[in-house]
Design a protein around this ligand. Structure first.
Ligand SMILES: [Zn+2]
Ligand SMILES: [Zn+2]
Length: 362
């Protein structure tokens, strides 16, 4: 079928909106008519080739839409279901069976393979040439997407579907890190480094657990203001305050979550941990070498990388939808809508910080 898709053709270049051909679903696939798709920093990282994947490629991995066709081998999903698309996992490796699908042994080929597992392309351009797709088993910067059993999550129909796509990646990553890794008590002191979508999701999740001391760290005053609105009790503005001193004044962190990937911030976070405290690392930057002292770590402090909030999306995404509907996860405050034709503006606004979470609405 013919669809409209935003194609990344050049490194650092703008996406071009094109009419392309989408293959018919196989017995293992689900065809989804997209209603909207979130824009995530991982999409930007591919365009800039910080994560080098071959171009041309249809990006997009926070899709939300309505099921149009279901392959014969797919169970529990029906035509007309409202779904959020997330990352794919194999379902049968050690990590999947252990309920940690974001560490699936086959995560890279399933999400970054740019083709089906059998090597066939799912999208071709108007001349018939293959375009990389199947990004996070969806490539949802398009009016339709092919997904599979593992990355299609059914959601309740009374929730605003056009808003829900970002629950598939950024928001479940931030919230999942709090629920599944930090597991704070109300008396924990936690600090969130970077108040973008991941950080704001973490703040809302921590607040929902009754955590009294939630510290937001950023260098943009307007973001810190929003962080306070969403539940941060304290803020540190690194453009004005000395970070190490401000952290020391808190009396030690039980948990720190870094979304920036900036080594200096991660090093400061680790240095501020209490004994048995943990620093979770979620983001990457171009400069990624850490300089850490071993001695403070020996007394039970740890640093831990986290993918997709270490969540089972089939559990976490419906839970976050319920929380949104109950008013305890008001992530709509982070979002702004754009047309597909304005997708490059959405990326620019995300980059400048004007919009925390752009959503392309079809
Ligand atoms: Zn697996
Ligand atoms: Zn993402």
């Amino acid at each position: 079928m013919q669809i409209q898709a935003a194609v990344a053709r050049e490194v650092h270049g703008k996406l071009s909106v094109e009419t392309v051909n989408l293959a018919s679903p196989t017995a293992d696939e689900v065809l989804v008519k997209l209603v909207a798709t979130g824009v995530c920093h991982t999409d930007q990282a591919i365009i800039e080739q910080i994560m080098p994947l071959p171009l041309p490629l249809v990006l997009g991995h926070e899709g939300a839409g309505i099921v149009e066709e279901v392959g014969a081998n797919v169970k529990g999903i029906s035509v007309g279901d409202h779904v959020v698309l997330t990352f794919a996992s194999c379902g049968h490796c050690h990590h999947c069976e252990d309920h940690h699908p974001s560490y699936c042994d086959h995560y890279a080929p399933l999400n970054f393979g740019t083709r089906r597992a059998d090597g066939t392309p799912t999208i071709t351009d108007s001349s018939g040439a293959p375009i990389g797709a199947a990004f996070f088993a969806q490539s949802s910067f398009a009016t339709h997407a092919l997904a599979n059993q593992s990355n299609v999550v059914k959601v309740r129909k009374d929730a605003p579907l056009e808003l829900l796509g970002p629950l598939g990646c950024g928001l479940s990553t931030g919230a999942g890190t709090i629920f599944n890794v930090a597991k704070p008590t109300p008396d924990s002191t936690i600090a969130i480094f970077g108040t973008g979508a991941l950080g704001c999701a973490a703040i809302m999740a921590a607040k929902s657990l009754g955590v009294k001391r939630i510290v937001a760290v950023d260098r943009v005053a307007s973001r810190l203001e929003l962080a306070r609105k969403l539940g941060a009790s304290d803020t540190i503005d690194t453009s004005k305050q000395n970070l190490a001193e401000a952290l020391a004044a808190l009396g030690g962190l039980d948990f720190a979550m870094d979304t920036s990937g900036v080594p200096k911030l991660i090093e400061a976070a680790v240095a501020a941990l209490k004994v048995r405290g943990t620093c979770a690392v979620l983001g990457a930057s171009a400069d990624s070498d850490l300089h850490l002292s071993v001695l403070p770590l020996i007394s039970g402090r740890s640093i831990r990388g986290v993918t997709n909030g270490d969540c089972d999306p089939q559990e976490l995404i419906p839970k976050l939808v319920d929380m949104y509907m109950a008013g305890t996860f008001p992530f709509d405050q982070l979002c702004a809508f754009y047309k597909l034709a304005d997708i490059n503006q959405a990326f620019a606004d995300s980059h400048s910080g004007k919009t925390i979470k752009p959503i392309i609405r079809f």
